[in-house]
Design a protein around this ligand. Structure first.
Ligand SMILES: [Mn+2]
Length: 411
């Protein structure tokens, strides 16, 4: 069985008001050719198919067209898609009956009362695999699985959900077929070690995956990486950069091959395949901030003649650069330039009390923070409130709003 693992497509993303359809299409063209060349039996997409819970018609159209083309070119291909935190479970499940006609399996939500629903047996091309396709777990999905003194524990709930699902997978895998676990979560032990809580959920120890599966296809972290130094637990990362902070990532998909010997021992090989980048993502200046006139010079001399697809450009300027005509000057420098402009970032000088303050390269990273953390940072960074901690009343109010929104999201 030969498998291709990818994730975090974020179809329909608007990047500083710019449509990314063309880049996604370039990725799909490459992916289709790769599926054929590599003779892939099974395509795994580990969540965040779409960028928002209400994707545009054009984003949905792009996914369906891709699946149709993939089935046409690889008739025995099976596809498994799990929902990520950006996806609406209900929305992606709506297409399930039709997608099933194309051997495409969609798992939107984990239901504690029916854990076997997320276990799939794939039979294709005389090969077999068992998949535990665990979608992104919202706190409300798993609150009944854990109780501590302080209420439900998200980490414990996730561990329990994986345990229950995996036990079911082991039970049905009597013929010892390759077992693959899919998940959309922040697993501990990856390259990006951060104390920040990403996406409002805490990170989860890789121990929850157990040790019996042959490969773990993860999504959520956008940088391709192994987890806990284990070659078989991997994030594929995004196929295109989702923010300027991802501009130096090498985007890839993972190709996994399982070979069984006569004793039914399974050996697993994993090889990354690099995805060519269609649209370049550029920040000027490249290093430290430079004075405004120097920045304008750099913009004017930026050579985009080698770019076949129009690149994105964002510029940064020190906030202490007080020339009030900076916008006009930068706009003038941009005239006739073949770029998709993504705005001017005013960079604040590092304050003396650095250390605990997180520094963000762009707003996309702020989106990844959890709201409580963001509120605390707002207090810490505001000069009128400096030194004050967030009042409990305000914290409680924020939590109330968040849980109300979470409830609405479930509807
Ligand atoms: Mn994502």
């Amino acid at each position: 069985m030969k498998v291709l693992h990818t994730s975090d497509w974020h179809l329909g993303q608007q990047f500083y008001e710019h449509d990314r359809r063309e880049e996604h299409q370039a990725f799909f063209t490459w992916l289709l050719a790769t599926l054929v060349e590599q003779q892939i039996d099974l395509l795994l997409v580990a969540g965040d198919i779409y960028h928002t819970a209400t994707p545009s018609a054009s984003a949905e159209n792009q996914l369906y067209q891709f699946i149709k083309d993939a089935k046409k070119q690889c008739p025995h291909l099976h596809v498994v898609i799990i929902a990520g935190n950006h996806d609406s479970a209900n929305r992606i499940l709506a297409a399930q009956p039709l997608l099933a006609q194309f051997d495409t399996h969609v798992v939107g939500r984990f239901d504690v009362s029916a854990p076997s629903d997320i276990i799939l047996e794939i039979n294709t091309n005389n090969k077999r695999a068992v998949i535990a396709a665990m979608p992104f777990l919202r706190s409300s999905d798993i609150s009944s699985l854990s109780q501590t003194e302080n209420g439900p524990s998200y980490a414990q709930g996730v561990a329990k959900a994986y345990e229950v699902a995996l036990n079911h997978a082991y039970k049905i895998n009597k013929q010892n077929a390759p077992l693959i676990v899919m998940g959309h979560l922040h697993a501990k032990g990856g390259d990006i070690s951060s104390n920040l809580v990403i996406g409002g959920e805490e990170s989860i120890s890789a121990n929850v995956f157990g040790s019996k599966a042959n490969y773990f296809a993860l999504g959520h972290l956008h940088k391709a990486q192994q987890v806990a130094k284990n070659d078989a637990i991997r994030y594929s990362g995004t196929p295109i950069p989702m923010s300027f902070s991802e501009r130096n990532y090498t985007h890839q998909v993972n190709i996994i091959e399982f070979i069984s010997d006569e004793k039914k021992n399974i050996s697993t090989t994993v090889n990354p395949l690099y995805i060519p980048r269609s649209a370049d993502v550029i920040i000027l200046p490249k290093g430290e901030c430079v004075p405004l006139d120097e920045l304008c010079k750099q913009i004017k001399t930026l050579d985009t003649s080698q770019n076949t697809v129009v690149p994105y450009l964002r510029v940064k300027l020190k906030s202490s650069d007080t020339d009030t005509t900076f916008r006009e000057q930068i706009e003038q420098a941009l005239e006739g330039k073949n770029v998709k402009f993504c705005g001017i970032e005013r960079v604040r000088e590092q304050s003396d009390n650095n250390g605990s303050d997180a520094v963000f390269e762009d707003l996309g990273e702020v989106e990844m923070l959890n709201p409580q953390n963001l509120l605390e940072q707002a207090f810490a960074n505001d000069k009128d409130m400096a030194g004050q901690s967030v009042p409990d009343e305000l914290k409680a109010l924020l939590n109330e709003v968040i849980s109300e929104l979470a409830e609405q999201e479930q509807l």
